[in-house]
Design a binder for this molecule. Sequence first.
Ligand SMILES: Cc1cc2nc3c(=O)[nH]c(=O)nc-3n(C[C@H](O)[C@H](O)[C@H](O)COP(=O)(O)OP(=O)(O)OC[C@H]3O[C@@H](n4cnc5c(N)ncnc54)[C@H](O)[C@@H]3O)c2cc1C
Length: 416
Amino acid sequence: MESTEFLIVGCGPAGGTAAREAARRGVATIVLERDAVVGAKRVCAAGLRPGFCEDFDLPRAIVHLDPPTITLTTVKRTYAFQVGPSHTTTREELDGTIAALAGHEGAEIRTSTLFRGLRRERDGVVVEYADTKAGTRRAIRARSVFLAQGSSARLDEVDPRFRHPGWSAGLITCLQYRVYPERPAVPRTYSTLEMHYYVSPRSGRNVIAWMFPKRDHLSIGLGIQAKIPGADLRAELDAFLATVQERLFAGVPYTIRTEGNLLYGGLPRAGIGADGVMVGGTAAGLVDATTGEGIYEAATSGRIAADAVAATRKAGPRDPGAVRSSAPPPAAHDDARTQACSLRCAVRSARAHTAVRRTAPARSQCILADGMDVSLWSGGQVLAVRLAGVIPRLPCCVSSSIVSSGCSSCSSPSPW
Ligand SMILES: Cc1cc2nc3c(=O)[nH]c(=O)nc-3n(C[C@H](O)[C@H](O)[C@H](O)COP(=O)(O)OP(=O)(O)OC[C@H]3O[C@@H](n4cnc5c(N)ncnc54)[C@H](O)[C@@H]3O)c2cc1C
């Protein structure tokens, strides 16, 4: 049977970053990616936190625009924040670039391969996958496995220790249009990320909608934290699009490309590492749309996984015999360092939840007029936003992109 040191499932920001950073350290790495072209099918507003390219050593060429502001619009008014500057890109460029760089470091990216399941054996983890191009089923033995297949991950079936009873409840149904106006929209379109929060007059549900400008198109989409029929979601988005068009590109003909996906906005899985297998990114619930966690956190979890694998490698090969003993197995991800890494991920995520909940009189908070509250955490890096009472949870597309320099609406200074 074919074997490798490190096998990664999914080539999103989590898997791609893990592959790049592990391969860079000389770890033999293979990535299984379901899609034929990395990133081509990812649906995302693709707003990147300022500094993302530098932190993850990515070329500026992937950046479409650097909007200096974000506006948050509620039924009553619009709040403008200096974010400067955040980045916008597309996932085919982001994920494709990370995958290409991982390839340059020596990782092998196998596209059109579908993860089917895994089993533990004495000398590693055996992963089964389908090669959808060849129409064959294959198996590969790996010393360490990183599962990063996003919100569609069915991990309960993979290992009961990764079970998450609240997983489905945390999913946010999204629909997005890539809108290509035939002529540029009004200039202010390209200097602002827009977020909108309202209760749908059609369904009575809370809606979170956005307009993120790109080089040649506008990402206009929305999310609703419930399972709702596709036609209703589309009607909702069409209504929102009409309002955006009226303001920003009235009378300009346009074409659209429709995209739909699930965001995750719940708690992380309780267990994300066991017997040589670690879970990262959205699949682990480490990406929480409600607290501003998104692409950055997914990539960070990939980096942590690569660190752990490289550290285990330095410690030498594991003793396969020991797996049979009754003592805790010394599998790659059960060593102390890896557990600490996993814990760090989980703790950080939990801390984010706490920070958002504990918004009351904190100095880092600025309370806006109509019940929206805005809290800053993570060392001033991220602004997490929510509409208290109206919309309790927001997607990362707003908040992961913001570094605040103070609130322009209520003149609260930046606490940092
Ligand atoms: C509509 C929308 C807008 C968003 N906007 C933003 C934003 O503006 N900023 C931000 O930071 N975040 C945003 N996010 C969140 C962001 O998309 C996630 O945080 C990020 O994609 C998580 O990365 P990941 O690597 O964990 O998973 P993913 O990016 O989902 O990658 C998972 C990969 O695994 C592959 N895969 C899945 N199943 C299998 C399988 N069985 N076998 C092999 N491969 C498989 C997929 O094809 C995919 O390539 C948005 C999400 C949505 C849905």
